[in-house]
Structure formats: structure tokens, C-alpha cells
Design a protein around this ligand. Structure first.
Ligand SMILES: Cc1ncc(COP(=O)(O)O)c(C=O)c1O
Length: 419
């Protein structure tokens, strides 16, 4: 028999194997200083394109003031216990009411973390007779939620209506046999490539198939739709989303999350959502902070306008300079380049060290082998100068990628990894 740890000693996993070359720089980098468009990386100022602070609230003076006051008043312990037992307060309820009204739903329920909350909501919504149909490119929290499901599940090709319909047909057959129902899960915005889920077309299928729609709108909340209510509002089908999810970790620049929908469904989840029943309530500082941020979303539309001014300037600048930004329909701005992982590392090092531009790289296995994705998140705090400097930097690195500079620079890494 083997020691459980044997496999860990031998195989560090698809990302872990890069640790020696990557840790502290490409993964687990330390960005320092106040959260903004310019931060410090290894002592040098960089333009930061990797922080989901879409509306620039993270370091907004009014937000910082409210956060500090709430911390002084409540500390980080209050309230103690799970919501159901001893962790329930008027302000938790108030925040739920305001979130529900913001996303145009009857009711909402708070989650401590988006990830766990999604897993738990999927778990609570289905029983073994039900069938889940979901996008193959779904976020890890959806995949892990589906893993808990004891019944059938089908993935459909990313945003592919034909595949969605085919899988709804398969799901319908099974649900008819088991006597269960169907839960279709999509993201409002797919966080890597920036495409919106085809919610409008999915909703239209409700006329033909009997299913409920659950949307993870982590990236759409606060950024899309006339009032910032997200991808459903943007596509004019918010009413047809049966369960809506968003995290506080992006537009609201905080920690926590919520789900929203019909009151009866939220009431059910309140009593069946294991991530909230068996965990300490969302701490008060975060509740008070979220109330303030939400108020700013409602009353300061200029934040979203500035965000989109930057998104449009960055995306059109990249396109005009011949970069492939794929099919994004949101603020998420991917730039696709061709190259190996070691080349990607050399390229990012050049971007950071010589151009002061910090963005995340995404490589295989998250995207196909041979592609490098530089993922950029514009925010309301960026300036047109940041965008101009970044475009100049991108043109320079593209030239060096194409003329083989990064291949030469990364030859040692490539050899040591046998890539
Ligand atoms: C699509 C999506 N869903 C869920 C989450 C998880 O949210 P949280 O950070 O609040 O756990 C994220 C990332 O933050 C996300 O991008």
C-alpha cells in the first residue's frame, strides 16, 4: 500500500509544477500599496490590469471611511454564530432587501463567499432526481457545485445554442423518467474570455423546455445593464432568471456574495443552504460596507460611465493595433497571443520589468496549448494615459514575441521542463 502523500511528492499538479519558475512572480505575486490603477510590484510602480475593482470602490475615500467606522463599531467578530442560530441582524436583512431591489428580484440571501455560496446553492436547488445542464466553460464554483449532485448532469459546448438545446432534450427525457426537474446554469459574463452568457436565447427556450435558470453574474453585476443590475438587465431578461447570483468581490470591492429570486425560493434556501447554515454569519463590517457600496452603485452612475469609457478606449485601442481580443462583450479584456508557456513567462517579465504593465497570464490547461491569454480588467480608476502606455507596451512585446526574442530568453526554462 502507498503512503497517501506519495502522489503529492511526485506530482505537483498542472500548475504546481511551475512553482519553481513562477512563484512570487507569475503566481502569488505581491501587489503592494493602496488598491488602484498604479500599485507597486517588487518595489516598482506598475499599471495594474489584474484587479477586479471595476468601479474603483476599493480605495474610494467614502468607502474607506465607512469600512473603518464599521470596524471600529463592530470589530470583526460581530455577529457571532450562523444566521439561523445567533448571527442574524437588522442590517443583514436591510442589505438583502436592498440587493434584491437593485437586481429587481423579490428577495435575496447573503452568502459569506461567492465560491462556497455557489456550490451550496446548486446543492440546495437539486435533488437526485433532477438534472443539471451547464456550460462547459463554467467557473470552478459551478463545477464543484455540480460535483455534489447525485443525479445526472450534462455539459453543453460553450455558449452553443444547438448544444444547449440538445442537452435540454436529453435532460428532459431523463427528468421525465425520474420525475425530477432541470436546472440550467450559465454565467452572466464568462470571466476569462469576457463573453456574456446567451441568456436571452436560453430564456427563449423556456417556451419549449421546462427548466429553471441559475445565473452566476460575478462579472456582470455593477458593470452591465442600464442600472448595473447585470447581464440579465443588459439582455432584457432579468425577470426570467430564476436564481441570480453575484459576488461582492468584484464591482463591490469587498468580500461576500448573494443570491436573489422569488421570495419563496429564497425562504427555502435560507433553511437549506448548508454553506450558511453551518458557517458563521457574514461579519458586520462587510455588511455595512456592502450597504455603502451598493448606495454608491445606485447614486453614482458616473463610476460605471468612467469604467466603460476606459473599457471602450482599451478594447478599441487593442483592436486598432491588430490585437486579437476574441469575442468579449464585457469589461473583461483578453488579449490572445501565440506561444509556449515559457515564452509567456518571458513576455510577462518584459511587460512588468521594462514597461511597468502588470496583467495576469492565463495558459494551458485553462486555455488550449500554444495560446497565451493576457487578461486585462479595466476599472474606473484607470486613466487614458495608462491605456496609451499599455498599448505601446503591447506593441513592443508582440514584436519581440514574433521575432523569437522570448523563445531565446526562455530556452533554459523550456529545456529544464522538457516542454
Ligand atoms: C464567475 C465567478 N463566480 C464566483 C466567484 C467566486 O466569488 P468569491 O470570490 O466571492 O468567492 C468568482 C470569483 O471571484 C467568479 O469569477
Amino acid at each position: 500500500m502507498r503512503d497517501l502523500f506519495d502522489k503529492i511528492y511526485k506530482d505537483k499538479g498542472p500548475l504546481g509544477k511551475w512553482a519553481k519558475h513562477a512563484e512570487g512572480y507569475f503566481v502569488f505575486p505581491k501587489l503592494e500599496g493602496p488598491i488602484s490603477n498604479r500599485m507597486k510590484f517588487r518595489g516598482k510602480e506598475v499599471i495594474t490590469w489584474s484587479i477586479n475593482d471595476y468601479l474603483g470602490l476599493a480605495n474610494h475615500p467614502e468607502v474607506r471611511k465607512v469600512d473603518a467606522e464599521a470596524a471600529a463599531e463592530y470589530g470583526s467578530a460581530y455577529p457571532m454564530g450562523a444566521r439561523m442560530m445567533s448571527g442574524h441582524t437588522d442590517l443583514h436583512e436591510k442589505l438583502q432587501e436592498e440587493l434584491a431591489s437593485f437586481v429587481k428580484k423579490e428577495a435575496s440571501y447573503l452568502l459569506n463567499f461567492g465560491y462556497q455560496g455557489m456550490v451550496s446553492t446548486i446543492d440546495a436547488l437539486v435533488s437526485k432526481n433532477d438534472v443539471i445542464v451547464y456550460d462547459v466553460d463554467a467557473h470552478a464554483c459551478i463545477i464543484d457545485g455540480v460535483r455534489l449532485h447525485l443525479g445526472q448532469r450534462f455539459t453543453y459546448k460553450h455558449n452553443d445554442m444547438e448544444s444547449i438545446e440538445k442537452n435540454l432534450q436529453r435532460a428532459t427525457k431523463i427528468a421525465e423518467q425520474t420525475g425530477g426537474g432541470i436546472l440550467l446554469i450559465s454565467e452572466g459574463v464568462f470571466g476569462m474570455r469576457g463573453e456574456q452568457g446567451r441568456l436571452k436565447e436560453i430564456v427563449a427556450l423556456k417556451k419549449k423546455y421546462n427548466f429553471r435558470l441559475f445565473v452566476d453574474d460575478a462579472h456582470g453585476f455593477g458593470t452591465l445593464g442600464a442600472t448595473g443590475a447585470g447581464a440579465g438587465e443588459e439582455q432584457g431578461i432579468q425577470d426570467d432568471i430564476d436564481v441570480y447570483f453575484a459576488t461582492f468581490a468584484k464591482s463591490l470591492a469587498s468580500t461576500g456574495a448573494f443570491i436573489a429570486g422569488d421570495k419563496e425560493i429564497m425562504d427555502y434556501l435560507k433553511y437549506n443552504l448548508r454553506s450558511q447554515m453551518f458557517a458563521k454569519s457574514l461579519q458586520m463590517q462587510l455588511v455595512v460596507g456592502a450597504l455603502k457600496r451598493l448606495d454608491m452603485l445606485r447614486t453614482m452612475p458616473e463610476l460605471k460611465a468612467k469604467l466603460w469609457e476606459n473599457v471602450n478606449a482599451l478594447q478599441s485601442g487593442l483592436k486598432n493595433n491588430g490585437f486579437d481580443i476574441g469575442t468579449t462583450q464585457s469589461c473583461v479584456t483578453p488579449v490572445y497571443l501565440k506561444g509556449s508557456i515559457p515564452e509567456a513567462m518571458a513576455l510577462v517579465r518584459d511587460l512588468r520589468e521594462n514597461h511597468g504593465v502588470f496583467c495576469s497570464i492565463v495558459v494551458y490547461p485553462v486555455i488550449p496549448k500554444g495560446l497565451i491569454l493576457l487578461r486585462m480588467i479595466p476599472t474606473a480608476t484607470h486613466t487614458l494615459e495608462d491605456i496609451e502606455l499599455t498599448l505601446i507596451a503591447f506593441s513592443a512585446i508582440r514584436e519581440r514575441l514574433e521575432n523569437g526574442t522570448y523563445k531565446r530568453l526562455s530556452a533554459a526554462v523550456t529545456a529544464s521542463l522538457g516542454e
